[in-house]
Design a protein around this ligand. Sequence first.
Ligand SMILES: Cc1cc2nc3c(=O)[nH]c(=O)nc-3n(C[C@H](O)[C@H](O)[C@H](O)COP(=O)(O)O)c2cc1C
Length: 186
Amino acid sequence: MQVRDAIRARRSIKRFDSRPVTREEIEALLDAAALAPNHRLTQPWRFYVLGPEARHAYGLALGERKARKLEDAERGREVRETVAREHRDLPLMIAVAVVNATDPEIREEDYAAAMMAVQNMALAAVELGLGSHIKTGGVMSDPAARAAAGVADNERIVAIVNVGVPLDVPPTKPREPAARFTTWVP
Ligand SMILES: Cc1cc2nc3c(=O)[nH]c(=O)nc-3n(C[C@H](O)[C@H](O)[C@H](O)COP(=O)(O)O)c2cc1C
C-alpha cells in the first residue's frame, strides 16, 4: 500500500468488530510508532497496551468524570458503568505517554514526536486492515486514569489510540485544500 493511499483511507473509527487485535499486529503498530522522527533521539514515547481490566479501570475514570456533570445520581451510575464496559470491550487500547522533559523546548519537541508516533500507528493500522481512533482530553491527567494505564510519575499520557477491525468506515470529513492555508514565501 502506498503511504498516500493509507493517508487517504484513514478515518477515526468508533465501532469495532469483536475480533481481538493479535500480538503480531500490535507489535507491528508499535514498531511503526517507534520509527517516528524525534529530535536528539530522545525516544520520548512510552506505550501502554491495556488489557481488559486496565481498559475497564480507564473507562471508569472517564465515566466518573462524565457522571459528575449529571444531577441524577442513578443516571450517573449508569453512565459510569456503560463507559467502563465500552472500554473493557474494545479490541485494543493503547495509551501513549511521553516522558516529561524539564527543558520546555525539549518538552515540546518530545510531545510532537510522540504524536508523530501516534500517526505512524494510525497509518500502519490502515495497512493492516485495521482502524484506529485517537482520543485525548482532561481524563488523561486524571489520577485514576493514570493509575489504570500504569504510567510512571515522570510521564504524561498524550493520546489514547483505540484499534480494531472497523465495523463501519465513515465517509471522509471535509477538509479545505492545503492551498487555502499555504503561503508561498519568496
Ligand atoms: C490529537 C487528537 C485528539 C483527538 N481527540 C479526540 C477525542 O478526544 N474524542 C474523539 O472522539 N475524537 C478525537 N480525535 C479524532 C478527531 O475528532 C478526528 O480526527 C476528526 O474528527 C477528523 O476525522 P477523521 O480522523 O475521521 O479524519 C482526536 C484527534 C486528534 C488528532
